[in-house]
Write a protein that binds this ligand. Structure first.
Ligand SMILES: Cc1cc2nc3c(=O)[nH]c(=O)nc-3n(C[C@H](O)[C@H](O)[C@H](O)COP(=O)(O)O)c2cc1C
Ligand SMILES: C=C(O[C@@H]1CC(C(=O)O)=C[C@@H](OP(=O)(O)O)[C@H]1O)C(=O)O
Length: 386
């Protein structure tokens, strides 16, 4: 399974082509739109999210509510495009574009590196594609992957652990309570006390023209043992998930289970002891390693966290240099979010969903959904009797 996305932030639309989906997968536009709507929410986002109402149009690969096995094309309209048609024109250099040229790169964004690399004097040619608007289509791809996972009894949840210096307390909740509470929280946080503090912190940062980052956690339950492989570096599923998470705009790091804390603990306090019972087969007494050993799933839940740096665009801009005059200037200000950690949490859930579904289809190659489910059921049986 693979996909490509295309589209500029203020262009007419975003496009996604997915190839390699099994046929006869019940295809729900509602479920994809639901994930897109989740990504648009979150305390701390800017005005753009009030303009957009992300919904997919299905252009290929689906007929009468099911995949056919052909590539699936999905598009999402950028409603804001109507305000940007001249600036984003595909015609040769209209006057309007010159007036709106961006020549003062924002520290922390892709502006300067992209402009130098692709030789652009207008940094809009970089920011249009480096914008996290593109994560809309990665969420759409993940939402399609979730349709497969759901059929295979695999479920995913995410929540925000930290915004700035406010850390959520760990709370013991059932799966459904966790989903419900994260969904209800404006910052996708499970701890109500931290939630209030996070929101005040965002208000304060916004008032001061500053921005905030944070930490999100994604949990995947119901994965069979043995997705991914130890035999070659690019087949290790934890490594692929790490790439998927760090590829989300502004994500700077990733950890599994107890993560970086493993460095300061003794081995006896890190590795997960092995148990066996007739009902469960092999399992672990703990899940400190977050569901991975040797690049393969252990069958315990995958627990992965990602860290997001604060948003680079500041209404109180940092110092930059104008690329024309080479004089020092305040960086340019584009309309911006002040905190996008809750939205990024939804992106993280969905990029992880994609990688798990891809690994599932590598282990159980299938042209049809029933071929996939039959192989998985046989494998689960074999694992139980191992
Ligand atoms: C959901 C989401 C929304 C974002 N919104 C903004 C924004 O409004 N303004 C901004 O400057 N950066 C925003 N970012 C971060 C930039 O896209 C990101 O920092 C930039 O592409 C440079 O990439 P890097 O930070 O990974 O190096 C957002 C990121 C995500 C995931
Ligand atoms: C459009 C989205 O996020 C955008 C991501 C983004 C950036 O620089 O990454 C900058 C802002 O763009 P704009 O200036 O158009 O408001 C965000 O709104 C989105 O998430 O759908």
């Amino acid at each position: 399974m693979r996909y490509l996305t295309a589209g500029e932030s203020h262009g007419p639309q975003l496009t996604l082509i997915i190839e390699g989906l099994p046929s006869h997968l019940p295809f729900s536009k509602e479920k994809i739109d639901f994930q897109l709507a989740r990504r648009q929410k979150g305390y701390g986002r800017g005005r753009r999210m009030q303009i957009e109402k992300d919904q997919v149009q299905i252009l290929s690969g689906v007929r009468f509510g099911e995949t056919t096995g052909a590539p699936v094309t999905l598009v999402v309209e950028n409603k804001d495009w109507t305000h940007w048609q001249k600036v984003m024109s595909t015609d040769p250099l209209p006057e309007e574009a010159e007036k709106r040229r961006i020549s003062r790169p924002r520290p922390g964004h892709a502006d300067l590196n992209g402009a130098i690399k692709y030789d652009h004097r207008d940094m809009r040619d970089v920011l249009e594609r480096s914008s996290a608007r593109e994560t809309t289509m990665r969420v759409a791809a993940g939402a399609v992957a979730r349709l497969i996972l759901e059929e295979c009894g695999i479920r995913i949840a995410g929540h925000v652990l930290r915004i700035g210096d406010v850390e959520a307390k760990r709370v013991e909740l059932s799966w459904d309570e966790r989903l419900e509470r994260a969904e209800r929280s404006p910052v996708r946080c499970l701890d109500p006390e931290a939630e209030q503090q996070m929101m005040s912190l965002i208000d304060q940062a916004k008032k001061e023209g500053d921005s905030l980052g944070g930490i999100v956690e994604v949990i995947v339950e119901g994965v069979p043992v043995g997705l991914g492989s130890h035999v070659h570096w690019d087949r290790k599923l934890d490594a692929r998930i790490a790439q998927a998470v760090v590829s989300i705009n502004a994500f700077k790091g990733v950890e599994f289970g107890i993560g970086f804390e493993a460095a300061s603990r003794l081995g006896s306090q890190v590795h997960d002891e092995i148990e066996w019972s007739t009902e469960k087969g092999f399992s672990r007494r703990t899940n400190r390693l977050g569901g991975f050993e040797g690049g393969m799933t252990t069958g315990e839940p995958i627990v992965v966290r990602g860290v997001m740096k604060p948003i680079p665009t500041l209404y109180k801009p940092l110092l930059s240099v104008d690329i024309d005059s080479k004089e020092p200037f305040a960086a340019s200000i584009e309309r911006s979010d002040s905190c996008a950690v809750p939205a990024a949490c939804v992106v993280a859930e969905n990029v992880v969903a994609w990688e798990v579904a891809r690994a599932l289809l590598e282990k159980f190659p299938a042209d049809t959904l029933s071929e996939l489910k039959e192989q998985l059921a046989r494998y689960r049986e074999r694992v139980l009797n191992f």
